[in-house]
Design a protein around this ligand. Sequence first.
Ligand SMILES: NC(=O)c1ccc[n+]([C@@H]2O[C@H](COP(=O)([O-])OP(=O)(O)OC[C@H]3O[C@@H](n4cnc5c(N)ncnc54)[C@H](OP(=O)(O)O)[C@@H]3O)[C@@H](O)[C@H]2O)c1
Length: 342
Amino acid sequence: MAHIPNDARNQQLYLKRVPHGTAGPDDFEVREIAVPEPGDGQVLVEAHYLSVDAALRLIMQDSDDFLFRVKPGDLVRGSAASRVIESNNPAFAEGDWVTGSMGVQNYSVMEAEELEKCDPDAAPLPTWLGGMGVSGLTAYFAVLEECKPGPGTTFLVNGAAGAVGSIAGQIARIQGAKVIGVTGSDEKCKWLTEELGFDVAINYKTADLYDAMLEAAPDRIDAIFDNVGGPILNESLRLIGMKGTVLLCGATSQYTEEEVTGPSNYIWLGTMRARMQGFVVYDFAEKFEEARAQMAEWVKSGKLVMRDNMIDGDVADYPAIFQQLYEGTDLGKMLVKLPAAD
Ligand SMILES: NC(=O)c1ccc[n+]([C@@H]2O[C@H](COP(=O)([O-])OP(=O)(O)OC[C@H]3O[C@@H](n4cnc5c(N)ncnc54)[C@H](OP(=O)(O)O)[C@@H]3O)[C@@H](O)[C@H]2O)c1
């Protein structure tokens, strides 16, 4: 086995119990095993960056309703950007950089079809988990294929300073729409308007949300890009415009709740002939390369900012960092930089 120390061990994160409220370190346990050996056709990878995703909290719920569920005793799911250490598959060579759903651990044995190669010259390796990964691709397709913003339209994004929301708002702005972002701190609002070019940013923790949205969108809203659900979605719905689109990207505020609450203001959809649209990024997998090429061009020309919020740590630090994601202190995409990346 090349390029790993003889005493290397694989730390893995397991779910210990079903979390209640925001998941915390006591809900997880770390186990340590020997670095696994790849079998025929398999590839051994070493993780350098771990993605921290709000949706993990949803799939740890005590319910079989959710795909990819993580149950107590399961390895915690998560994507990583990793280096190929040993390959028994001709499609991958030692030293290749790859992403995939490798779980929260330092080393994993993967099937070739579970891996996607990434080119660190086109974008830094961590960005392949954020802007060039699921977060950016979600924003790209949900905005362009479903919301279809353009000049003269108004676009509102909830969860605006997060990994998906920050890119969604910028893409709507590139398309010429007026962009309003809703987020949870003045610092985030400042970032959205001063660095990302949002027209208006609203701090939902301090503003009278409906009044602030009405002031920003007196002629109503053509597309609501919703990442959070709950009361923020509900207030937004009162302002949906004629034939508007409410894009249901995620519902972060509901993932920690024992019972999900639906929005009573859905009645505005009827009057306004508007629609609520579900969305799953993987439906667009055939067009991922096209989207990455376009986003890379926007990044190069300065029109699009992809921000990674990188936190140094190891597998054992993941639960505390995940908890921090829900505390809302981060801007952009949250990632763990593992010791292997130093
Ligand atoms: N449909 C798809 O294919 C797809 C793909 C990827 C992600 N998603 C979904 O998209 C959403 C955004 O994902 P992301 O990775 O970009 O996450 P994210 O927005 O970066 O998540 C963290 C942020 O969520 C906000 N938040 C936390 N608790 C909240 C609450 N109770 N109410 C309102 N906001 C809260 C905080 O921001 P504030 O400071 O603004 O509160 C926090 O900084 C998630 O719901 C995810 O599941 C969907």
